[in-house]
Design a binder for this molecule. Structure first.
Ligand code: TYD
Length: 140
């Protein structure tokens, strides 16, 4: 666990019975924000790296509801952590201002992303050098 970096694995309860499983994720209960936006990523080849950005405002929870991928997070201060998402009842909480890479997608990967904000391109930082400069200036 890399709490120092602010990212945290979450485990949701599985409401399983002989019919299968049902996992509930409620905003402000199971995750620490209200859910404003949902998107999901699938069909990414194994050698693809997605993300590669930081968000000024959005917090996320990522859940591989099928298959698996890895998520590397960096805080811009030299700390990084890699998380494996491979169970539909676990997720990773990502606060704002972490640099994120998603990669090593399995062929059956469906990566569900819950976000605290509506989509706004202006809150995305997509240049790593710019991200480091912002961290140095605003979060020394
Ligand atoms: P992108 O941010 O590149 O995806 P990722 O971070 O997962 O690699 O987004 C891919 C495309 O989808 C891009 O054209 C922007 C668009 N998009 C939206 O319109 N709304 C959204 O909420 C997101 C996440 C992406």
């Amino acid at each position: 666990m890399s709490k120092h970096i602010g990212a945290q694995m979450l485990e949701f309860s599985q409401n399983g019975d002989d019919r299968g499983h049902l996992v509930v994720v409620e905003g402000m209960k199971d995750i620490p924000f209200d859910i404003a936006r949902i998107f999901y990523i699938y069909g990414s080849a194994n050698d693809v790296v997605r993300g590669q950005h930081a968000n000024r405002k959005s917090q996320f929870v990522l859940i591989n509801v099928a298959g698996s991928c890895k998520v590397k997070v960096q805080d811009g201060k030299g700390n990084e952590a890699v998380f494996v998402l491979n169970r539909p009842h676990t997720g990773i909480y990502l606060p704002a201002m972490l640099w994120k890479d998603m990669y090593d997608f399995s062929a059956d990967s469906v990566l569900l992303c819950l976000a605290s904000e509506h989509y706004d391109t202006t809150e995305y930082i997509r240049n790593y050098d710019e991200y480091i400069a912002i961290i140095d200036e605003e979060m020394p």
